[in-house]
Design a protein around this ligand. Sequence first.
Ligand code: RB5
Length: 152
Amino acid sequence: MNIAIASDHMGLELKNYLQDTLTQLGHSIVNCGTDSIDRCHYPVFAERAAKLVTSGACDRAVLICGTGIGMSIAAAKVPGIRAVVGYDVYSAQMARKHNDTNVLCLGARTMGIDSAVAVLKTWLTTPYEGGRHDIRLRMITDLESGKSVQAD
Ligand code: RB5
């Protein structure tokens, strides 16, 4: 896959590690920064990576900040992005199976490297189930475009 990766200053070390992991797994990486330990603003980097996904230039994005939370809030504001904070393997699995998430956010301060790698590998390899979930994703798309969700 083509994968965009981004972090803020807090996520930089984990970003560098995961970038190597992804390359070793055979993925193509687009590094959207930051590449400095200087304090910076995570929405800048979330937007860069998220827009590579919605433009079709990348298949998915991986975003890292202190908790994953700020990155997920920012990325999810970009129409077409379904972002998740992957805090364990089960949530990463379900975020693909049921929610077809295209952005994974990780917390450099909330999880260790082994856990981050396990979550990342699970998220990358778990397929979306489709079926009954399609209508729910369409409802989310409606919300993005300002429409009310219609219950069936
Ligand atoms: C940066 O201080 C910190 O707020 C950021 O890395 C992230 O945890 C935000 O959600």
